[in-house]
Ligand binder design. Structure first.
Ligand code: ADP
Ligand code: ZN
Length: 520
């Protein structure tokens, strides 16, 4: 039996294992099954490819995509490994060739689609040979909780029954608990260890800020994060906004362009092409922009709107700094985003269970954005990875936010909302609190209310922070389908009654902001 470190060097040309790889390889070599959770690019393939070449017999890799299988097989063959892919796109002749190679014991690694694998013929054939291990790639396909459910993956349960002594290694980049539980149940891995790791990207400095003067904040961020050569990405919440933002940046003297799913194929290609080559080029995109960004020197990623989950945020900011050099991420968000996210989930056709999960993910990204302590710790915790100490590379670590007792301010705001009849948006409520005699105030006689002017002592942006934190705690709702009226919920009652004290975070916002600029 060849030594794993040697195979790694000789066949794959790598000096040493990374992170959890060595432990996983050793575990499989001892005959253990397990579940590997690593992000894309984390190095999952070697976790089964190395044992496959060290152990006697044939390793079987289940993979859901033919193109992916063919890529892997081509790469392995180039490295001199006898590998093949068995799937429904092959003709009779090609399948026969593979079966013959298997019978002669010539194959070391067989990639196979799940539907092919569970056919009786294939299983019987494998039962007659020595199988070293089963690797189940993209194992989240077994779970209905994500968007990648593949019913054929359910058939893989038979592997545990028919090959009880062969190690099964399930691999995925999806790490949320629900999916993990499902994989463990469906693939009969309840007693097997879970290897999680590689999610941290320490070279990306992460910052989250309330959206105050969006463009001024972006301008300050770009200045700080850009090195004048590498690229940057701005993720926007709508197609329209990608175009508006790109147009604005161009006026501002940047090489910027838009990208979204509604564009013509040729325009998309052109945008990809420019992004791949340009110096200091900026892509303003919806989340449709992601596949095929292989530029390692993306220096920064900004979000102008709250992403829908920690997973999507992590994936999108992970496109920065793949060269390992310092990179930056900025997340801008506001109370409307949180309310809109909740509303979208509520209105979606998904099942109640699915909605509950999506709501949980949304609340998780909100709490990362609102966190007063290390954001990276909060983010990695979502993937089950615990940092030993605070990261030192996020805004909360670099400049810990001040906390203040916002109970009285919250009471003032909630009572202004109630006394104006729950029919007004945040701008008007702040005018009431600050005692501004606007036309609208005069028209509704709001200057006669006892709450008129009771909030003079705090600036507008502090009031916006109070509102946002009330929304994020679920004490205040925003009517996103109407005109953004603020609506107190049941959870506002204990605050109004003074039964709960509310510690709020004092917001910090990127400097170089000119207060009157667009606050989209
Ligand atoms: P995943 O399947 O988790 O997305 P891959 O297995 O494709 O990741 O690995 C991502 C990249 O990292 C590949 O280019 C691979 O060659 C490289 N890589 C993985 N492990 C090592 C290692 N131990 N040393 C050097 N490079 C590695
Ligand atoms: Zn930190």
């Amino acid at each position: 039996m060849e030594n794993p470190a040697e195979v790694l060097r000789r066949v794959f040309g790598h000096e040493g294992f990374r992170g959890l790889q060595a432990g996983i390889v050793a575990h499989v070599m001892e005959g253990g099954s397990g579940l590997v959770l690593m992000p894309t690019g984390g190095g999952k393939s070697l976790c089964y490819q190395v044992p496959a070449l060290c152990l006697p017999g044939l390793a079987v890799v289940v993979s859901p995509l033919i193109a992916l299988m063919e890529d892997q097989v081509a790469a392995l063959r180039q490295q001199g490994v006898a590998a093949a892919a068995l799937h429904s796109d092959l003709d009779e002749e090609e399948r026969f060739e593979i079966r013959r190679a298997m019978a002669r014991g010539e194959l070391r690694i067989l990639y196979v689609s799940p539907e092919r694998l569970v056919m009786d013929g294939t299983l019987d054939n494998l039962a007659r040979r020595e199988v070293s291990l089963f690797a189940i790639d993209e194992a989240h396909c077994v779970s209905q909780w994500g968007h990648h459910f593949r019913p054929e993956y359910r058939g893989l349960t038979v592997l545990a029954e028919r090959f009880p002594l062969v190690p099964r290694l399930a691999l995925t980049a999806t790490a949320d608990e629900r999916t993990v539980d499902d994989i463990r149940r469906q693939l009969v891995l309840a007693d097997a260890p879970v290897f999680r790791g590689g999610f941290d990207r320490p070279n990306i400095f992460i910052t989250a800020e309330p959206r105050e003067t969006e463009r001024a904040q972006l301008r300050a961020f770009i200045k700080r994060a850009s090195d004048g050569r590498g690229a940057g990405i701005i993720y926007c919440g709508s197609r329209r906004k990608t175009e508006d933002t790109a147009a604005w940046l161009k006026q501002d003297g940047h090489d910027a362009m838009a990208f979204h799913a509604g564009m013509e194929a040729s325009a998309k290609r052109e945008a990809h092409h420019r992004f791949a080559r340009g110096d200091a080029v900026i892509m303003c995109a919806t989340i449709a922009f992601g596949m095929g960004i292989d530029r390692p020197d993306v220096r920064w990623v900004a979000h102008t709107d709250l992403p829908k989950s920690p997973e999507s945020w992590y994936q999108e900011i992970g496109r920065a700094g793949r060269d390992g050099l310092p990179a930056q991420a900025l997340l801008l968000y506001g109370p409307g985003d949180i309310a809109l996210g909740r509303h979208r989930i509520q209105e979606s056709p998904a099942s109640d269970e699915q909605k509950r999960i999506e709501r949980g993910r949304l609340e998780a990204i909100v709490s990362i954005a609102e966190s007063a302590t290390c954001r990276r710790r909060a983010l990695l915790r979502c993937f089950g990875e615990d940092l030993e100490e605070d990261c030192g590379a996020c805004d909360a670590c670099a400049t810990p936010p001040k906390m203040w007792n916002g109970t009285v301010a919250a009471q003032k705001m909630l009572s202004a909302v109630l006394r104006t009849g729950q029919r007004f948006g945040l701008g008007h409520i702040i005018d009431v609190l600050r005692g501004r005699m606007t036309d609208k105030i005069a028209q509704h006689g709001h200057d006669q209310l006892p709450t008129f002017g009771v909030g003079k002592d705090l600036p507008d942006h502090t009031w916006r922070g109070v509102a946002r934190q009330l929304v994020s705690r679920g004490a205040l709702d925003v009517a996103v389908e109407n005109h953004g009226e603020l609506l107190p919920t049941d959870q506002a009652r204990p605050i109004l009654k003074g039964e709960t004290q509310l510690m709020l975070r004092a917001d910090t916002v990127s400097k170089a902001s000119t207060p009157r600029e667009s606050s989209a």
